[in-house]
Design a binder for this molecule. Structure first.
Ligand code: PNS
Length: 159
């Protein structure tokens, strides 16, 4: 089974990595798909976000890292997947994700959205929080994968 894990990943956090690590066990191939929604004014370009994810995961046969634009439902169909997986941190995520799941179901009735609860250690973590801390020169150790910490700080600290 192919699973798509979509997100902004601006940048990837240890919370995302937790979901990727666990999701890969329940599928044959996990496609990590970076949404290129420029309206969100991302801090990192799509290419930079993909590089950070690839740097974190290394070369793996069971994971593909790519980007998509347009509708997620169209992308999922194009790659031949039946389902997407999303991480849920708290009740605050639920309403938005519930709406997205229903809209996607309406667009593509064969597509399923699966939810995985984040590990408790990362329930407070978000890319926005990482950016806020890094921009203000704070310590992001333990919040993002260690191999990308310097790159994230370099990009954001002097903004
Ligand atoms: O990091 P996020 O905010 O959870 O990820 C957002 C993303 C890119 C997964 C989401 O915005 C998305 O699926 N965008 C594609 C547009 C789309 O299909 N929207 C759903 C119907 S309105």
């Amino acid at each position: 089974m192919i699973l798509v894990y979509p997100g902004s990943f601006d940048p990837i956090t240890n919370g995302h990595l937790d979901i990727i690590t666990r999701a890969v066990y329940i599928c044959d191939k996990l496609i990590v798909a970076v949404g290129s929604n420029e309206a969100k004014k991302p801090a990192f370009s799509v290419e930079e976000r993909i590089d950070l994810i690839k740097c974190t995961l290394g070369e793996r046969d069971d994971i593909m890292v790519t980007s998509f634009s347009g509708l997620l439902a169209d992308f999922v169909k194009k790659v031949g997947a039946k389902a997407v997986i999303k991480g849920l941190r708290a009740m605050s995520d639920f309403e938005y994700e519930f709406q997205m799941a229903l809209l996607n179901k309406n667009l593509e009735p064969d597509m399923e959205t699966l939810f995985m609860m984040t590990s408790v250690n990362y329930s407070y973590l978000s890319s926005s929080a990482v950016k806020e801390i890094a921009k203000n020169g704070g310590n992001i150790e333990g919040l993002v994968p260690e191999c990308i910490r310097e790159k994230v700080m370099k990009k954001l600290a002097c903004r």
